[in-house]
Unconditional design. Structure first.
Length: 114
């Protein structure tokens, strides 16, 4: 059974930081491209950042320079370090594993508010 379990979300003030983690099980993690998506209320889900199995990185323009995605294949975990958070970063953040199949986590809420 495949599981992607996100953690690290919460409430933070503008300009603050959070680090999201996604622990994967049931897949050969190192073979999967891993990504973080987010969905705000009444908005479509959008790609935030991706790290491929080979380590290539991709970021949405809106988070470049502020967010950093990384992975630890030994721990089957992908991270999203989020700095200089803005009000518009408020959303549910989802972990995604893309390989021979596609899997999603349950999501973790990030709220940026003063």
């Amino acid at each position: 059974q495949v599981q992607l379990v996100e953690s690290g979300g919460g409430l933070v003030q503008p300009g603050g930081s959070l680090r999201l983690s996604c622990a994967a099980s049931g897949i050969i993690f190192r073979f999967y491209d891993m990504g973080w998506y987010r969905q705000a209320p009444a908005e479509e889900r959008e790609l935030v950042a991706q790290i491929t199995s080979g380590g290539s990185l991709h970021y949405a323009d809106s988070v470049k320079g502020r967010f950093t995605i990384s992975r630890d294949n030994a721990k089957n975990t992908v991270y999203l370090q989020m700095n200089s958070l803005k009000l518009e970063d408020t959303a549910v953040y989802y972990c995604n594993a893309h390989g021979r199949s596609i899997f999603w986590g349950q999501g973790t809420q990030v709220t940026v508010s003063s």
